[in-house]
Write a protein that binds this ligand. Structure first.
Ligand code: GLC
Length: 678
């Protein structure tokens, strides 16, 4: 033992801090020696893997910048763990949803975490104000700090703040990640992370389930828009920026814990099937799908969420082992080789998808390395069954202690033990959930100009404008999924207290008396106007509900014929048509592009879509105020069945500028609705 070790007290001056650490370490040693006896781990528990044999991790580049442990925090962890009962430990590893648990139950069962799924609000009040969120957070925190534990452990609340604090009424929604990928601006991503963290903390929540680090390979996936790009290097750069933005100094009043998700290979499933089978070799898994995690680890990300998908290295036959039970990737690689010392959380009821498991019982997942289990509803049964697993020796106590230690480490690092997040939230202004200027900058930078024939753009401010299309005046359509609700559906404009639609933006720029809006364009003579602006859109979706299921095509018109009909009503009459498309992926749109003088991919811009008008129109001085700068984050399909970018109409990275126009002739319009073959 040296004078530097926590156990020694130097002979010269008495150092209280060191003494405190020494005392804590001594308590830990004593308590560990007297821990209650539990059956030794069974052989299965020791080597539990599911479908993946143990193998070398040498192919994985070591993660840079591993941070040394904080001996003070580690001593506190050891002491707290040593004084916890098995039931308290399993309770700490349980994450329940706010619709299925009360603060009193969280206290009674020592629950370590809660979450609000998309579409869950305090008292199910959709328009709950930040103060209502903070009050509920305060109630759960106070309950967690009044348990019968020797050392009460504060509860942590996680939320899907994936493009701003998207569940919260009045919050600014930034463009979804696909649009941010088009911006190619890591500094912008950092600032969006900072703004999102501030908004989340204003509601008393300290954990954001973001960023998604999928590197999408097949855009039929319903979650393509949650991905920044098909370019691993961009995802890696963005991962670091987003995590640093969200986490800040980790323990400040406007910092939240970030989540690198979904580990690993969520964006690489066969045919883009959500929660599907990622069929690729280890080398590709590392160089494509793991790059975001290197960026996130470099930024000291504190949590990782596991993917529903499975990894099928052979690429043929039965689907591979579910990621949730993949001990090689979670424990040997992520925690071992890459040195991740935060907590690993499972996805929503994902454990039930592991062969032989149910949503309340899955020792395989904990043995694989999952530390916190998202059991939104059946949390009580999960606790009982997992306690029994440990008592039977199906899960080693050492694994439980490691999981609880990781949870405590994240909570201690984030300052959660020091004070209630509700207290700091109360000190923040309600406006902390908005940042329109930043969102408008992000919208402008996200736009990708694919066509600009005869310099249809930029538009003069004196233009008389006919606006058509279902997307022109719809907050739900411009925001997409994960907006106020899980799917982004069941919303109306009144569910958005702040922001600007494209129609409102056009009216702001040219004056309402110079603008007419007709959703379908039917019966309106476009020749009465200088320009037609068509805002086309997808209906909102999230996760599997957004999948384009084989053999369906990537054609936008096949799914939304009303948009082609709207263009048919106004095109070819000598009036330029500027089309703005809201979509969660690149789509086959030769028919729409042919009917447009200019064509803009606007992705899912969020609450400040009106900023698009500031790029389409010249400034008051007649000069271009904002040129296009966005570049495709994914390849744009050449054919209706091209969902992987192999036969691109426009390659990833493509994007026109006012200063760099490009001629584009008529595009072939095959039968886009015909089903795709293999
Ligand atoms: C969902 C998503 C995940 C999200 C979690 C909690 O199913 O897969 O991204 O964080 O559940 O809502």
């Amino acid at each position: 033992m040296t004078t530097n070790s926590p156990g020694a007290i130097p002979a010269t001056t008495f150092n209280w801090k060191q003494a405190r650490r020494a005392a804590l370490a001594a308590c830990a040693a004593l308590a560990l020696a007297t821990a209650p006896a539990v059956a030794p781990p069974t052989a299965e528990a020791q080597n539990a893997t599911s479908g993946v044999t143990s193998r070398t991790v040498d192919m994985w580049p070591a993660a840079p910048h591993r941070r040394p442990a904080d001996p003070y925090i580690e001593a506190r962890i050891a002491t707290i763990v040593s004084r916890m009962t098995l039931e308290q430990k399993i309770g700490q590893m349980t994450q329940a949803e706010i619709r299925s648990i009360t603060p009193e139950q969280a206290r009674e069962f020592h629950i370590g975490s809660i979450l609000n799924g998309g579409g869950a609000w305090p008292a199910m009040h959709k328009h709950a104000a930040p103060a209502e969120w903070a009050a509920l957070s305060g109630a759960f925190y106070a309950a967690s700090m009044s348990t019968d534990m020797a050392t009460p452990v504060p509860i942590i609340w996680g939320t899907d703040a994936v493009h701003g604090h998207n569940n919260v009424f009045g919050a600014t929604l930034f463009p979804h990640n696909i649009g941010l990928g088009a911006a190619r601006d890591p500094d912008l991503i950092y600032r969006i992370g900072r703004a999102t963290a501030r908004a989340v903390r204003a509601t008393g929540i300290t954990w954001a389930f973001a960023p998604t680090l999928a590197v999408v390979q097949d855009q039929r996936w319903g979650r393509t828009y949650e991905s920044f790009s098909s370019d691993p290097a961009l995802v890696r750069a963005y991962a670091g920026s987003y995590v640093r933005g969200l986490q800040g100094a980790l323990n400040g009043d406007t910092d939240v814990i970030a989540t690198a998700k979904h580990f690993l290979g969520d964006g690489g499933t066969w045919r883009g099937v959500d929660q599907g089978d990622t069929r690729t070799g280890l080398a590709d898994l590392i160089r494509t799908h793991a790059q975001g995690y290197y960026g996130a680890l470099d930024a000291n990300v504190q949590t990782v969420m596991i993917s529903y998908s499975s990894w099928n290295e052979s690429g043929v036959g039965e689907r591979g082992a579910r990621m949730h039970a993949n001990r090689y990737l979670i424990t040997d690689v992520l925690k071992g080789r890459l040195g991740f010392d935060g907590l690993v959380v499972s996805d929503w009821n994902a454990i039930e998808q592991v062969p032989g498991c149910t949503r309340t019982h899955c020792p395989e997942v904990i043995n694989a390395g999952v530390d916190m289990v998202m059991v939104p509803d059946d949390w009580r049964a999960f606790i009982d069954e997992t306690v029994a697993d440990v008592r039977r020796g199906d899960i080693a106590v050492s694994r439980i202690d490691d999981a609880v230690s990781r949870i405590l480490r994240v909570k201690l690092r984030s300052g959660l033990f020091d004070s209630s997040p509700a207290a700091s939230a109360a000190a923040m202004e309600a406006a902390s959930i908005t940042d329109a200027p930043l969102a408008r900058e992000a919208v402008r930078k996200s736009l990708v100009l694919l066509k600009n024939a005869n310099r249809a753009l930029p538009l003069a401010r004196e233009s008389r404008v006919l606006v058509i299309g279902k997307g022109a005046d719809s907050f739900p359509l411009q925001s997409g999924g994960w907006s106020r609700t899980w799917q982004g559906t069941e919303n109306v404009n009144e569910d958005y207290a702040t922001g600007e639609t494209l129609l409102a933006g056009i009216r702001r720029v040219v004056g309402a008396d110079h603008v007419r809006y007709s959703e379908t364009g039917a019966g309106v003579d476009p020749r009465q106007f200088d320009v037609v602006i068509a805002a086309l859109a997808e209906q909102p979706y999230a996760e599997m509900k957004g999948d384009v299921t084989f053999p369906a095509t990537m054609s936008h018109s096949a799914r939304y014929p009303e948009d082609l009909a709207a263009l048919d009503a106004v095109s070819g009459q000598g009036v330029p048509v500027v089309t703005v498309l809201y979509s969660g992926r690149t789509v086959y749109a030769n028919d729409l592009i042919n009917r447009s003088g200019a064509f803009v991919a606007a992705w899912l811009p969020g609450t400040e879509a009106g900023a698009i008008a500031d790029v389409l129109f010249r400034g008051p001085d007649g000069r271009v105020q904002h040129d296009f700068s966005g570049r495709l984050p994914f390849a744009w399909p050449r054919t209706a069945c091209d969902s992987t970018g192999r036969a691109a109409r426009f390659p990833a990275g493509f994007g026109l500028r006012y200063s760099r126009p490009q001629r584009l002739g008529a595009l072939p319009e095959g039968s886009a609705a015909a089903p795709c073959s293999q």
